[in-house]
Every structure is written in C-alpha cells, then in structure tokens.
Design a protein around this ligand. Structure first.
Ligand SMILES: C[S@@+](CC[C@H](N)C(=O)[O-])C[C@H]1O[C@@H](n2cnc3c(N)ncnc32)[C@H](O)[C@@H]1O
Length: 287
C-alpha cells in the first residue's frame, strides 16, 4: 500500500528524530514536499494524497542522505536567503540567516535609485550581492571568488534572478588586480573559522561545505588581515564597507580596520543578538 502525504511526513520525522538530528520536523517537511512535489498547504489541506512509487523512492533516497548528515540544502539543491531563492551545492557555503545582517545594513543606508557600485569579495553562491542588487535596480555589482566552481553557481543564480546584466563575476584572490578608489560599497563574508575548530563542527558543515569557504587560519583572522587594508584601497573616498565576523571577533576585526584608516567603525548584531558585522567607511576627500 502506498504512503500518503501525512504518513510520509510522520514517518520521515520519526526517522530523522531517531538519527539524532536537530530540527527533524522542518527537515522532514521540506524533504517530503520536494520528493512528493507538494507544498506545505498540500500536506495540511490534502493529507491523504498518495505518493507515487517514484516519489516514495525519491523520499527514501533523501532520508537516507539526511541520515548521513548531508545538509537539506544540498539534497534539495536550493536555499532561500533574504527574499531570493538560490541554487546551492557542495562547491558553495550554504547561505546563513546571520549573513542577512549585511544585506539589512546596506539596504538601510544605500539609496534606492542611484547608480552605485558594489563589490562582494568571496561571492560564493551570490547570496549577499544578488540580494542587494535584487532590491536596488540601478546598482551594479562585481563578485570575486577564488573558486571557479563557486562562480559557476553564482552565475546560474544571477541568470535565474534576471540580474546577469548588472553583475560581473571574476575569479581572483580577493582584490588582486582591482583598481584603487573603485567602489561605493564593499561587502564580504570571508572564511573566519579557526583551523582547529573546523574538526569540532557539525558533520553537515565539516564534511559537506568547502574548506575554502570556512577556514580563516590559526586564529580565524587571516583573511581580515589581508582584507582590511585592501578594502580601504579599493573603496572610493567616502565609500562604505561591511564584513561578516565570528561572534567573538569584534575587537580584533574593528582594530584591523581602524589600523587600515577606516572611519565610523561599528559592529552590528544579528537577530540572535551576537556581534556579526563590522561596518565602516573610507574618509571622504578633504574639501
Ligand atoms: C564564507 S564563504 C561566503 C560565501 C557567500 N558570500 C555567503 O555569504 O554565503 C567565503 C567565500 O570566500 C571565497 N574565498 C576564500 N578565499 C578566497 C580568496 N583568497 N579570494 C577570493 N575568494 C576567496 C570562498 O571560495 C567562499 O566562496
């Protein structure tokens, strides 16, 4: 006898709970929806709809992958961030809600219809850059990443969101080759996890996300040491920047940007009330 949507969801919850996963209810729902080509409303409004044998087989595959700690975002191949949906795979960091703090700050301070330019260093899936451009129709952006595979994902996402004409994506080592005084805004979510912490992370992150997107050297700060002076170099006078940080890196990262000559340096908190973003500006030209 075939499973219906409700049975599939309940069975999936039990299996994920038994595997010791955090958040089994939501994971089970997302996997059932994707396997059965159903919406959340279908599970509630049409709970006795039967799954086809192909849908049951798909769900079995999804659950077994999740039991082996593959992230839901990789199983589904997509993740919502801010107001957009992004394709993701194991070549990019799965965008985190914490990172929306950067987007929120930018949208608060950068005007709607002016033609300003934004540089996203370590663009990954395009989460930050594409969210900003989707809300600021006159802005243009450049996304840089050292990973060609990550850039392929960002390129797909830009095209799917109809933003390709306003985005350039470039393979590079941070700001290498970029001119001085070029951008109104620089954003970045660089890798900032200390090397010896990586092995202690959840398997979803440790075993499935690119090391290149995670590792920030012995104290987690290696990339900020390079980025602070370089971000100040490529910003136009009066330009602004915002970089994501680890919850305990506020003092060190603020100090690096102040030492590089930044003004108005401040730290913003995420929705969980943790220090999450260091923002600031490059001095305007004297008049
Ligand atoms: C933490 S992920 C952030 C991805 C995306 N911006 C986000 O917020 O979801 C860091 C990104 O930096 C890239 N990266 C690491 N080292 C780099 C380097 N030297 N130059 C440029 N990009 C680099 C990684 O490939 C990865 O995509």
């Amino acid at each position: 006898m075939s499973l219906n949507l409700l049975q599939a969801w309940q069975g999936a919850k039990k299996r994920l709970e038994a595997a010791g996963l955090a958040g089994p209810v939501i994971d089970a729902r997302l996997l059932v929806e994707a396997a059965a080509d159903a919406t959340r409303a279908d599970i509630v409004g049409d709970p006795y709809r039967a799954l086809t044998p192909e849908q049951e087989a798909k769900l079995e595959d999804f659950l077994s992958r999740r039991e082996h700690r593959e992230p839901v975002s990789h199983i589904l191949g997509r993740k919502g961030f801010w107001k957009i949906m992004l394709n993701v795979n194991s070549d990019v960091l799965t965008p985190r809600p914490d990172t929306e703090t950067v987007v929120e700050w930018v949208l608060r301070d950068f005007p709607d219809h002016a033609a300003w330019s934004v540089l996203d260093l370590g663009v990954g899936s395009g989460a930050i850059l594409l969210s900003i451009l989707s809300e600021r129709p006159a802005a243009k952006g450049l996304g840089v990443d050292v990973s060609e595979e990550a850039l392929a994902v960002a390129r797909d996402n830009a095209a799917n969101l109809g933003l390709a004409s306003r985005v350039a994506l470039l393979r590079g080592d941070w700001t290498t080759g970029l001119g001085d005084d070029s951008f109104d805004l620089v954003v970045s979510n660089p890798p900032y996890i200390a090397s010896d912490v990586i092995e202690t992370l959840e398997p979803e992150v440790r075993d499935h996300e690119p090391r290149l997107a995670l590792e920030g050297g012995a104290d987690g700060l290696d990339h900020y040491r390079v980025l602070a002076p370089e971000i100040l170099r490529v910003l136009k006078p009066g330009g602004r920047f915002a970089v994501e940080i680890g919850y305990d890196q506020k003092a060190a990262v603020e100090a690096l940007f102040r030492a590089a000559g930044a003004t108005d340096v401040q730290t913003l908190k995420d929705l969980g009330d943790r220090d999450r973003v260091v923002a600031g500006a490059k001095k305007p030209l004297e008049t």
